[in-house]
Write a new protein. Structure first.
Length: 160
């Protein structure tokens, strides 16, 4: 994949948290643009995926072609996974999955990941270590296993 693909993958996966800084501009936490509001919704994930694929890959393949839909699905799932994973955390007001159409916020039935305290200094505390271990166990380990399995399955077979 081209370099822009990987850069955009990173940006789309972290993009929903752009709403964190809006509180300092007077946006209320529970508002449409509040943390874990619109930017964590499925609508936002679909909109961002549409913009990324249609605009930034416009010279790579035709609009609505099979490749276009594959890239759209990838960037949609990547962006939506951010809110999905956040719904497994134990704090805040929940995730507005259906914003802007419906403002209710949701958690998963099981919330094993503690909400991290913002700030680098908080990372080096006992609680910061608990958050790090939980994220490694419940996020990065499954991602790593999935990536390994995909790599093994997609690896070309050697013929003798």
């Amino acid at each position: 994949m081209p370099f822009k693909f990987w850069v955009l993958a990173i940006l789309c996966s972290a993009g929903p948290d752009l709403d964190v800084g809006l509180h300092s501009y007077g946006v209320s936490y529970d508002g449409l643009w509040g943390h874990r509001g619109l930017t964590h919704s499925l609508f936002f994930a679909a909109s961002l995926a549409f913009i990324v694929v249609t605009w930034l890959f416009r010279t790579d393949f035709r609009f609505l072609s099979r490749a276009w839909w594959s890239f759209f699905a990838f960037f949609f799932l990547l962006t939506a996974s951010h809110g999905f994973i956040d719904a497994f955390t134990d704090g805040g007001l929940g995730i507005a999955f259906f914003s802007p159409f419906e403002q209710s916020r949701y958690f998963m039935p099981w919330t094993p990941i503690p909400v991290p305290d913002f700030g680098l200094a908080n990372l080096f505390t006992r609680y910061g270590l608990e958050v790090l271990v939980a994220e490694l166990l419940y996020v990065w380990l499954p991602v790593g296993i999935t990536a390994f399995v995909v790599h093994v399955v997609r690896r070309p077979r050697r013929t003798a």
